[in-house]
Design a binder for this molecule. Sequence first.
Ligand code: ADP
Length: 260
Amino acid sequence: FDVYGIPIIGINNVWKGVLLVFHDITEIKKLEVMRKDFVANVSHELKTPVTSIKGFSETLLDGAMNNQDTLEAFLSIINKESERMQSLIQDLLDFSKIEQQEFKLNIQDFDLFELIKEVITMLNKKAKSKDIRLELEFQREELYIQGDHDRLKQVFINLISNAILYTPPGGYVFVSLFEFERTVKIHVKDSGVGIKQEEIPRIFERFYRVDRARSRDSGGTGLGLAIVKHLVEAHHGNISVRSTLGEGSEFIIELHKYMN
Ligand code: ADP
């Protein structure tokens, strides 16, 4: 608590008492700690790929590029590391735009099934490399909705990447789509580490990361789900989570088919 007093003085300078103001600063303090953590995380996340890009490019320039195999291997590392940086920077930019309420949705009609297929194709390599079964299920051929195609793509990239990230090798990530009269639901279910019941309401907070030591290895900033929630809510949709520690998690997104 932050406490301060204000003397209350009546007419003729008669001392009437003191008004005590108690300020609950636990939330502010927590946010401050999270922000500091966030800066440390972001710096670390940027430093790692830059160090690696610098090291590999220097080695190439020092002569290693004369060997075709080395050249290819190193370039592919450099490429991967720059992609990592790019997505982190994108997260930061999106987040600051969202915080300043600067972003506008670009609403169009598009096939959500097609979009999710694209995301799955994009993340399949990552899932395979961890021996994770990544599957998509939908009973029909197409699912047209209104929304911001690119922003929603980002939502599913974030959710499915998280599912792959927090699932140990040998597990699965199942994505299923359900169509209703006016809404659609997308379930992203994994057989991963799960989330403690008491942590569930907090994972959508900006900068919040469960088990920092563990998540730091996995390379995140705690912004992904905060962005996801903002974007889903900007579409007047909602997101919920069911999870059991040690068994897995299921994120459910509900969206309206038509924006008005
Ligand atoms: P980041 O992944 O960058 O840490 P996010 O905002 O995407 O940040 O997620 C916040 C936290 O929620 C993560 O640190 C992680 O602990 C937890 N989390 C998110 N998705 C999952 C999941 N599918 N399974 C288990 N934990 C998850």
